[in-house]
Design a protein around this ligand. Structure first.
Ligand SMILES: Nc1ncnc2c1ncn2[C@@H]1O[C@H](COP(=O)(O)OP(=O)(O)OP(=O)(O)O)[C@@H](O)[C@H]1O
Ligand SMILES: [Mg+2]
Length: 435
């Protein structure tokens, strides 16, 4: 493990450990039970996922997590919602402070606070406490920058230490997902694991099977991995910019024949940057844009979104529309009455396929790259195992099937497979021990 905090390696051990999948959108925790099977632990009212969301309630100075955090924000309570915190790992923003309604917090500390809460809730469902953790990590936290990638992992390790863990190990998320799937196999198979989440798309080509599952060293079974920093939150952003932001002036031509400057629309549609748009500085800049609009009503809407801090609500509405449009295969409406009575946007399956075309192509190319790296002919792959919420996107499944014709798609556990696999990985991981 790379990290700024000094540590030493501890030998493999059978002491209990938590497997924590700190996801861009959802987090989950698992531990092995007495029989050696991974169990997902209840995190919020019996549910085994906790949306990766933190809400700082400025009215009573309380901090809320998960669904409760999102509900508090949606109820209109004055405060600060933070989502997609994982996307900040590896960026310079991670050490920055942000106003939370009563003072300031470093993003690094917000992540530590979230992990601590996650661990405390998970431990409540266990007979023994443990301070050992296997954390999942994407193949690349940051594309094309090993330095920033290492920095991202070090920040996550640091957050785990701040959250009270003393022994930390990492495992790749698409390898963890494979270990979980392997428990369901009755014979050997060569499987392309596809883990498409909120922030990243990760792939591994692995040899799995009941006999192999018992081996301590699995390195020979991992034929290749690949990953790209594209996931469901990027699709929300693209769909938001394409279908909602034009109603606030994106792409609008002003009286001088120029488009309204567009950076505000991209930032307002990017989950982890939404909070940065609520400063007085941004508001002044946006107010100064009024002469750039031919239609002042569009400008009024943008000002309303900033003043009422509706950015997360819009992102969430677009996300729900994406899911509904994919699942129902028909056009869905997005009600925007909060901005203006009667205002709506819409999203149809062909529009969605067009807007996401480039990014879906990149994700599928990354999957093919994984098979290419292993030098494996597609007809030797026995199955494509789908996990991660965004793997449910119909348009993505269609493209994968078109590129790997004849290889069956296996629909896995969308939200719990990585955490379960991390609990299995704990038996063979090398932990870094911190005094
Ligand atoms: N039925 C669905 N169809 C399409 N997308 C979906 C569906 N259900 C959930 N999603 C999307 O899945 C994403 C969340 O998936 P998941 O919880 O696996 O991600 P994560 O593990 O938090 O992210 P990552 O692994 O990238 O850090 C969100 O972008 C969500 O909009
Ligand atoms: Mg994930």
């Amino acid at each position: 493990m790379s990290g700024s905090t000094p540590g030493r390696l501890s030998p493999h051990s059978s002491a209990p450990a938590l497997g924590i999948d700190f996801g861009t959108s959802n987090s989950a925790v698992a531990a092995l039970d007495a029989a050696g099977a991974a169990r997902l632990l209840p995190l919020e009212g019996g549910l085994t996922t906790l949306p990766t969301a933190v809400f700082f309630n400025a009215e009573d100075k309380t901090v809320h997590f998960g669904r409760d955090a999102v509900a508090s924000y949606l109820a209109g309570i004055d405060g600060r919602l933070m989502r997609s915190l994982k996307s900040l790992l590896g960026s310079s923003l991670i050490q920055e402070h942000t106003a939370v309604g009563w003072g300031e917090q470093r993003f690094q500390d917000v992540i530590a606070r979230f992990l601590k809460e996650l661990a405390e809730r998970a431990r409540a469902g266990l007979p023994d406490t443990t301070t050992r953790v296997v954390l999942g990590r994407p193949v690349h936290f940051v594309d094309d920058s090993p330095e920033r990638d290492a920095q991202a992992q070090a920040s996550l390790a640091q957050a785990a230490l701040s959250a009270g863990f003393t022994e930390v190990a990492f495992e790749l998320e698409p390898i963890a997902a494979a270990f979980d799937y392997e428990r369901r196999l009755s014979k050997e198979a060569l499987v392309l694991i596809v883990d498409v989440g909120g922030g990243t798309s990760d792939f591994s080509l692995v040899r799995l099977g009941p006999d192999r599952a018992r081996r301590a060293d699995r390195s020979a079974d991992i034929l290749a991995t690949s990953g790209v920093h594209i996931g469901g939150t990027d699709w929300d952003r693209k769909l938001n910019v394409a279908r909602v932001m034009p109603l606030l002036g994106f792409g609008h031509t002003g009286p001088q024949g120029r488009h309204v400057p567009n950076s505000i629309f991209y930032d307002l549609a990017t989950w982890h940057l939404i909070n940065f748009q609520y400063t007085q500085q941004v508001m002044s800049r946006v107010q100064a844009l009024r002469p750039d609009y031919s239609d002042p009503q569009l400008h009024d809407r943008l000002v309303t979104v900033l003043r009422r801090r509706l950015g997360h609500r819009l992102a969430s509405d677009v996300e729900q529309a994406k899911i509904a449009c994919s699942m129902q295969g028909e056009m869905v409406n997005i009600a925007l009455d909060e901005i203006e009575e009667g205002l709506t946007a819409s999203l149809s399956p062909p529009e969605m396929a067009e807007v996401l075309d480039d990014q879906l192509a990149q994700v599928v190319a990354c999957a093919q790259e994984c098979a290419r790296r292993a030098g494996t002919a597609r007809d030797r792959i026995d199955a494509i195992y789908l996990t991660g919420g965004s793997s449910a996107l119909t348009a993505l499944q269609e493209r994968l099937s078109a590129q790997l014709p004849g290889v069956p798609l296996v629909h896995g556990d969308l939200f719990g497979g990585v955490a379960a696999g991390l609990a299995y990985a704990a038996r063979n991981c090398e932990f870094t021990k911190f005094a």
